[in-house]
Design a protein around this ligand. Structure first.
Ligand SMILES: Cc1ncc(COP(=O)(O)O)c(C=O)c1O
Length: 338
């Protein structure tokens, strides 16, 4: 049975390239070929993995008469920045509920949020965690009182609608595999709110890709993400009951969070600098840097034996690099770290 997608609005520059990392494969691959799916190139400011989800979320909003998107995330949330830009591009209002004190200097993603004209409220982490559901309802009611209709978009755009983004991306990956001669692969992604992993896991099953999907969590733990993928999948199934029955087995590689969300170790910063030198590929310390470090550790431990090819999804996040520039020690930029 052909898969029936809901409507989407074309916002991302796709297909994104699948790039072979020749020197990184030699240095770290242990016989594997390392590839990067360049989803950091889905756009310039509107870049990264969130754009794929927002193509479906924005279409849903417009088709259902919403005029405003309310969403949430950390102060440097890539998802919030992408939502702010999508809203501006489509003439929708955007209201961002951000976790963390408002910094004196608006930079990185927060500066882009502002440039895109989003309404922004920052809350202390403690208040945010306790009250986010209430805040969502209160702000939605605030817009309703003014005759507006606000759609609530969950953290990271990760839900049954957002899942379609990476289900569709798997069609691209199938074509990439054919042109690159990839017969069996491991697909590795950072997982932060679970939606990219959910979409990839469903997409691989739906499009019968010869691949296993692994999420490397950058916060929480494996148990949390196994439950999150299951609940996003259940939401997807509830909303699209005609989708084919699937037997999926999500996989999470835990152990690379370090000291906490958005806190990267010196080793991760050094790896970001090293990969920049080696391949001209730039990662960020919050998501892709940690996930890439985790992938290399798992290669060294023999996790991916049995398949020659490993595809890392570069989910973007470059704007989160700048507010964390102090994390690069002087030695990060020298060859001594290689
Ligand atoms: C750059 C980047 N990579 C990866 C992720 C993780 O994606 P997801 O939230 O779909 O798990 C996010 C967002 O959380 C992100 O901003």
């Amino acid at each position: 049975m052909a898969l029936v997608y809901p409507r989407k609005i074309d916002l991302a520059h796709t297909p994104t390239p699948l790039q072979y990392l020749e020197r990184a494969s030699r240095q770290w691959g242990r016989g594997h070929r390392l590839w990067v799916k360049r989803d950091d190139l889905t756009g310039c400011t509107l870049s990264g993995n969130k754009v794929r989800k927002l193509e479906f979320i924005a279409a849903h909003a417009i088709d259902n008469g919403y005029d405003t998107l309310i969403t949430c995330g950390g102060v440097q949330s890539n998802h919030c920045r992408a939502t702010a830009l999508v809203g501006a591009q489509l003439g929708l209002g955007v209201h961002l509920l951000l976790r963390g004190e408002e910094p004196a200097d608006r930079e990185g993603n927060l500066l882009l949020d502002q440039l895109a004209g989003a309404a922004i409220n920052c809350y202390s982490s403690e208040y945010f965690v306790k009250n986010i559901n209430t805040l969502f309802s209160q702000w939605q009611a605030h817009y309703a009182d003014r005759g507006r209709k606000a759609m609530l978009v969950p953290t990271g755009g990760s839900d049954g609608i957002g899942a379609w983004g990476y289900i569709a991306a798997c069609e691209e990956l199938a074509a990439d595999f054919r042109s690159a001669g990839i017969e069996q692969a491991h697909i590795v992604t950072a997982t932060g709110s679970g939606g990219t992993q959910t979409g990839l896991t469903l997409g691989v099953a739906l499009h019968q890709l010869p691949a296993t999907v692994w999420g490397i969590n950058v916060c929480d733990n494996a148990q949390y993400f196994l439950a999150k993928v299951a609940s996003d999948t259940a939401d997807w199934r509830r909303q699209y009951p005609d989708a084919p029955e699937l037997d999926i087995e999500p996989r999470v590689l835990d152990g690379y969070v370090g000291q906490g969300y958005a806190i990267a170790s010196e080793e991760v910063f050094a790896l970001i600098a090293q990969l920049g030198r080696l391949e001209g590929l730039v990662l960020d310390p919050v998501y892709t840097g940690k996930a890439f470090a985790g992938m290399l550790a798992e290669i060294a431990a023999g996790r991916f034996q049995g398949a020659r090819d490993i595809v890392f999804i570069h989910t973007g996040g470059v704007f989160g690099l700048f507010p964390q520039r102090a994390g690069f020690s002087r030695t990060a930029f020298t060859e001594e770290n290689s």
